[in-house]
Write a protein that binds this ligand. Structure first.
Ligand code: SF4
Length: 61
């Protein structure tokens, strides 16, 4: 199964991914975006977040 991954060193915390796909992406207590641990990821919403991330730092692995 593919999982979304964030390249945190490129992330500028614009929070667009949180708006596009709040089920998967969230801001953790340390102030970084993290990916929720799910059995299955909503492909279309994640792809929207990937497409709209201004730093291209979300990808499938
Ligand atoms: S959309 Fe990209 S740059 Fe913006 S918070 Fe999410 S991962 Fe970071």
């Amino acid at each position: 199964m593919k999982t979304p991954v964030i390249e945190l060193s490129d992330c500028i915390l614009c929070e667009i991914c949180l708006e596009e796909c709040p089920l998967v992406f969230r801001l953790n207590d340390a102030g970084f975006i993290e990916v929720a641990n799910l059995d299955k990821y909503p492909k279309e919403e994640v792809n929207l977040a990937i497409k709209n991330c201004p730093k291209d730092c979300i990808y499938w692995e």
